[in-house]
Ligand binder design. Structure first.
Ligand code: ZN
Length: 203
């Protein structure tokens, strides 16, 4: 399986990193080796002094598809969750300034946290979902999926014009404002509509 991530999908986060608003979604991939398995904690790697959390709404692809029309996108996923796109911001800034690919800063082992999955039928409207991240009990990121520049159905359609979507693939839909550093001993908790979806420790 593969993980397809969307960058710059919330205006407030684009401003925060002083990026330009893109005309099309920014896409990048994480390999399956980046996933944190078996409820393990996130271990801060030696190669970065500035690991950031990025809370994102995620979806799991349930059907094989390519060139999916937006009106059919909803048939290609059943489950929603929360993910953290851990980012070595110091490495990423360096790579970006040199015009180089981001992979070392975004796709390293442990950079992909995936919560438990919830059937989308449990929600009235996936385009109107409140979700938030608490760090050490304090809310640091809080948004609603209606704030996305490109909605889930648009993303599935757009992504599938470049990458065949396979069963089990995961899409990270981008992070809102409020990204920040994690340190050893921190605790992260994710919520959708006030339901706690995950609890993750930083080691
Ligand atoms: Zn991200």
């Amino acid at each position: 399986m593969k993980i397809i991530c969307v960058g710059r999908n919330y205006t407030d986060h684009i401003k925060e990193l002083e990026n330009n608003k893109p005309k099309e979604p920014v896409l990048f991939l994480k390999p399956d080796s980046s996933i944190i398995l078996n409820n393990k904690p996130f271990f801060i790697p030696d190669f970065s002094q500035n690991i950031h959390y990025e809370l994102e709404l995620i979806i799991k692809i349930s059907r094989l598809g390519k060139h999916i029309q937006e009106k059919f996108s909803h048939k290609y996923y059943d489950f929603i969750g929360l993910g953290i796109d851990f980012t070595a911001r110091d490495l990423q800034s360096d790579l970006k300034s040199k015009g180089l690919p981001w992979e070392k800063s975004k796709a390293f082992d442990g950079s992909c946290f995936i919560s438990k999955w919830i059937n989308k039928s449990e929600f009235n409207d996936v385009n109107n979902l409140n979700f938030n991240l608490n760090k050490n009990g304090k809310t640091v990121q809080k948004t609603n999926s209606k704030m996305m520049l490109w909605k889930i159905d648009e993303l599935i359609s757009y992504i599938s014009t470049f990458f065949t979507l396979k069963i089990g693939d995961v899409i990270f839909t981008g992070t809102p404002a409020g990204v920040g550093k994690v340190s050893i001993g921190d605790n992260l908790e994710g919520f959708i509509e006030d339901n706690k979806i995950f609890n993750l420790n930083i080691k």
